[in-house]
Design a binder for this molecule. Structure first.
Ligand SMILES: [Zn+2]
Ligand SMILES: [Zn+2]
Length: 144
C-alpha cells in the first residue's frame, strides 16, 4: 500500500493528502520565502498527480514572479505551497512542511540561498548548502 501523509491549514479549510511522499524537505532562505512564511520556508516537493486537495475553493494564489505562484488559505492565511506556472513545465508543488500532521522520519536535504540565511538560526544535520549564485546558475541551465 502506498504511503500517504495528510495535512491541513490552521483553520482546516484546506486539507491535503500526499501519496508516496519523499522524506527529504527543502529549505529556502531567499528574501521572498522569508517574507512569505515569516522566516524560512521548509517544503516538500510533490508531483501534481500525488497531491490531493480538499477545500480548493479556499486556496488563494499570489503571483510572486512571472513564473510562479505562492498559494495560501484565504480564510486563515496559512502558507500552502509554491508552484511554477510556466506552460509546459512539470508542475511540482512545494508544499509547506508545517501543514503535515506528522513529520516523523523527514529531514532537511538541502537549503537554497544558504548565503542569505540570517545569523539568528542554523539547522542541525548536514543538508546540502546551495548559494544564491549556485541556485540561479542551476535553473538557468538549458537541461532544466
Ligand atoms: Zn485555513
Ligand atoms: Zn525561496
Amino acid at each position: 500500500m502506498a504511503e500517504t501523509r495528510t495535512g491541513h491549514c490552521l483553520c482546516g479549510g484546506v486539507s491535503i493528502t500526499v501519496t508516496n511522499p519523499s522524506h527529504e524537505l527543502g529549505a529556502c532562505h531567499c528574501e521572498m520565502c522569508r517574507r512569505w512564511t515569516g522566516l524560512c520556508t521548509m517544503a516538500l516537493g510533490v508531483a501534481e498527480a500525488d497531491l490531493a486537495v480538499e477545500g480548493a475553493g479556499n486556496v488563494a494564489a499570489f503571483r510572486s514572479s512571472d513564473w510562479a505562484e505562492r498559494c495560501f488559505c484565504r480564510v486563515c492565511g496559512s502558507t500552502l505551497w509554491y508552484h511554477l506556472t510556466i506552460p509546459g513545465q512539470t508542475v511540482t508543488h512545494y508544499v509547506a512542511a508545517g501543514l503535515f500532521d506528522d513529520l516523523s522520519g523527514m529531514h532537511i536535504g538541502h537549503e537554497l540561498f544558504f548565503d542569505r540565511k540570517p545569523d539568528a538560526f542554523a539547522f542541525a544535520g548536514d543538508s546540502k548548502k546551495i548559494t544564491e549564485a549556485e541556485f540561479l546558475a542551476s535553473v538557468a541551465s538549458p537541461e532544466e
